[in-house]
Structures are given as structure tokens and as C-alpha cells.
Design a protein around this ligand. Structure first.
Ligand SMILES: Cc1cc2nc3c(=O)[nH]c(=O)nc-3n(C[C@H](O)[C@H](O)[C@H](O)COP(=O)(O)OP(=O)(O)OC[C@H]3O[C@@H](n4cnc5c(N)ncnc54)[C@H](O)[C@@H]3O)c2cc1C
Length: 356
């Protein structure tokens, strides 16, 4: 959005990032001197994917994908690995989150997704404040007056874009939804999911299948692990391979003990379907993706601007019909359209609202 806004308007843009680097759940993971994806990083061919990819291609001014390929996820049954067709009567509680990844077609990407961050940063014209965490929004007369970073730095702007989770938004604006407590309660109840994921570098090639593996545990509400192997890599004279695996825990369960149990089950399933895989593993890294998945049941207007605070725009994967990266990109597109119109128009959103 910053890149698009800087091209389409003359706005001064400040990006606040809590971490020491940008990229969030799309950063690269460095393991054995290899740059790996942060967990699975695939773009399924869903409704909306094409629009999202086209928009990003325009913003980045580069081709992102070669083509869409038919590559169904595979599951192990009595006759070995075969295309996944559904969970039948024993769907796990995170089935809605899994559905995004279980599509038979996906984009064959020209470059890994972590390179998109670097391309987005280049020439965005934005002032980037890393290690600056939003701690609250100050409000006045039905508008956001300033964003407070690290509890002390106050940034005043004509318009604000919030890209965090719905639940945290309530913390940053304690008065949000005062006029409609039901709306506030529904926002607070948004079901969010965190991921427990494992990145591995193996000593040798474990599988040459490019399909997404679906590993299903036992019992009701079974653990489901998704994973994939990279193409073999020639590294320091040896042919090795990396793999990425993930499973979901609900936000309420995401304490350290549950994460440890979930990781144990994830590894058990990997070992069951790929015997002794950990003996053939050079290095591994566990990553917890906090509140990375889930969607609020609330309807935001099509421009994702907050009706209560008209100079606050909302973006990210949690607020629209489309999920994950596709959802986040489509919202960036909608926000960009509405924001650049507002910023280019003579009418100041602050003026407009104080007249109302
Ligand atoms: C393991 C894993 C694998 C995934 N695989 C896929 C996939 O294959 N395909 C797909 O489409 N999606 C995938 N996703 C989901 C996808 O990564 C997210 O939908 C996407 O990253 C959302 O982008 P974002 O920039 O909105 O948020 P994020 O990537 O979550 O980034 C949020 C950023 O905001 C910063 N931040 C948070 N709070 C504050 C604050 N208060 N102040 C300042 N900064 C703050 C964070 O530090 C972070 O840098 C995956 C997610 C995970 C965790």
C-alpha cells in the first residue's frame, strides 16, 4: 500500500513496524545458510487470486508467476499416496483454515514470496520506523488524532491504516464500538488461529513429489499437518533438500505447553509417513505464527474504512471474504483505491467528518 500510495499520491507516508525488520510472516528463514520460506508459501488458485496477483504485479512492476499448475494435495491411504478429496465425517476444527491450502491448483511462482517484501520496500518512498510498535490510537471528535508508538512517540496524520489483528484493535482504541456494544463483542470474539511450523534442511532428498502432503492424525478432531519438500538443492557439493510443515492451534490454546504438544504430534506424523526423517535432517527450526489465520465475522465496508473513525482504514488477512495472502493483497488493493481518492480529493477526511 505504501508503494502504491507513494506512486499515486504525493502523500508523506510513515510505516511503523514493531519488529527490527519488515516482512512479518513473509520473511525468509535462514537455516544452514539457506534462505527458506516462512512455512508454506504458496498461492492457491482461488476466486480472487488472479485479481490479487495482477494487482501486485502492477505495483511491483514484475511478473510474479509463470503459470497456474495442477498439483493436488496428497494424503496417505491403503493404496499409498493419492489426491486428497476431503475429511469425510471427521473434519478437524481448523478445516476452514486448511481449505485455503487444499486447492488442486496453485501458482507456480517465479521467485519465493519473501523476495516480494524486498521489492515492495524498494522505492516505496515511505519513512520506515522499525522497532516502533503501535501502542494506542488517540481519538478526538470521532477521528483518529494520532498513533502512539512505543508508548511515547506520537505520529499525526490525515489518514491511518491499521494492519494488525481485530482483537488487538480493541486494545488500541478502547472506545471502539461504544455506540454498538454488540459489534464490539463480535469483533472481540473473532476466532483466530496460530500456526506451529517446522522448517527442516535434510541431508539428502526425501521426496521428489512437489505436491502438498496432508498428514492426518487419529481420533476425533485429528491434528492435520500440511507440508512440502523443496526441489533438491546442490549445497556445498551435496544434493540436499528443505521442507516446511505446519499445523494450527486456536488462539485460546496457543500457550507454550500446547505448542510443545502440537509440535510433538507434528513430528510424530512426519516420522510416521517419512520413517526416520529426523535422522536424515541436518537442521530444523520451529516457528510460531501468532494469530496468523482466521477471519472476523463482521462486515466492513468495501473500502475497509472504519465507519466509526472515517480516517482509519483497516487491512490485513482477517477482515474480508478472501483469506491469507490473497485476502491481504485484495484489501490492500481496495484500500489503495479508496485512500488515494481521499488523499487526492480536495476534501480533507478530517474536515469532512468534523462537519458531519
Ligand atoms: C507459517 C505460515 C505459513 C503461511 N503460509 C501461507 C501460504 O502458503 N499462503 C498464503 O497465502 N498465506 C500463508 N500464510 C499467511 C500469510 O503469511 C499472511 O496472511 C500474511 O503474512 C499477512 O500479511 P500481513 O502483512 O497482513 O501480516 P503479517 O505477515 O502478519 O505481518 C504483520 C506485521 O505487523 C507487525 N506488527 C504487528 N503488530 C504491530 C504493532 N502493534 N505495531 C507495529 N507493528 C506491528 C509485525 O511485526 C509484522 O511485521 C502463512 C502464515 C504462516 C504463519
Amino acid at each position: 500500500m505504501a508503494k502504491g500510495l507513494s506512486v499515486q499520491t504525493k502523500a508523506n507516508i510513515v510505516v511503523a513496524e514493531a519488529n527490527h525488520s519488515v516482512g512479518g510472516h513473509n520473511q525468509t528463514v535462514l537455516l544452514q545458510n539457506l534462505h527458506l520460506n516462512y512455512g508454506l508459501k504458496m498461492i492457491p488458485a482461488l476466486e480472487g487470486s488472479h485479481t490479487a496477483m495482477d494487482f501486485l504485479k502492477t505495483i511491483l512492476n514484475q511478473e510474479l508467476s509463470e503459470h497456474v499448475e495442477e498439483l493436488p494435495p496428497i494424503v496417505h491411504g491403503p493404496n499409498g499416496w493419492s489426491p486428497f478429496v476431503g475429511f469425510g465425517d471427521n473434519a478437524p476444527s481448523c478445516a476452514d483454515e486448511l481449505a485455503y491450502y487444499l486447492q488442486p491448483k496453485r501458482y507456480y511462482l517465479k521467485h519465493p514470496i519473501y523476495t516480494w517484501n524486498q521489492a515492495l520496500l524498494g522505492g516505496s518512498g515511505a519513512e520506515l520506523l522499525t522497532q516502533h510498535q503501535l501502542t494506542r490510537f488517540e481519538t478526538e471528535n470521532g477521528l483518529i488524532k494520532s498513533a502512539v508508538l512505543n508508548g511515547e512517540v506520537s505520529v499525526e496524520a490525515k489518514a491511518y491504516i491499521y494492519t494488525g489483528s481485530p482483537i488487538e484493535l480493541l486494545k488500541y482504541i478502547p472506545t471502539l464500538g461504544e455506540e454498538d456494544p454488540k459489534w464490539r463483542a463480535r469483533l472481540a470474539k473473532t476466532k483466530l488461529w496460530s500456526t506451529v511450523s517446522l522448517n527442516c534442511v535434510h541431508k539428502s532428498v526425501i521426496s521428489e513429489q512437489e505436491n502438498l502432503y496432508v498428514l492426518i492424525g487419529t481420533g476425533t478432531n485429528p491434528t492435520v499437518v500440511l507440508g512440502q519438500f523443496s526441489d533438491p538443492i546442490l549445497h556445498q557439493g551435496k544434493t540436499i533438500q528443505s521442507s516446511q510443515w505446519l499445523t494450527f492451534v486456536t488462539d485460546e490454546e496457543a500457550n507454550e505447553e500446547v505448542q510443545a504438544q502440537t509440535l510433538k504430534e507434528l513430528k510424530r506424523l512426519m516420522n510416521k509417513y517419512f520413517p526416520n526423517i529426523f535422522d536424515k535432517t541436518l537442521n530444523e527450526k520451529v516457528i510460531i505464527g501468532s494469530r496468523s489465520h482466521g477471519t472476523t465475522s463482521l462486515k466492513f465496508d468495501k473500502n475497509f474504512a472504519m465507519q466509526e473513525y472515517p480516517n482509519l482504514w483497516i487491512a490485513g488477512p482477517h477482515y474480508g471474504a478472501a483469506k491469507n495472502l490473497i485476502g491481504a493483497i485484495l484489501q490492500a488493493q481496495n484500500n489503495l483505491l479508496s485512500l488515494s481518492k481521499t488523499l487526492k480529493s480536495e476534501e480533507d477526511p478530517l474536515e469532512k467528518s468534523s462537519k458531519d
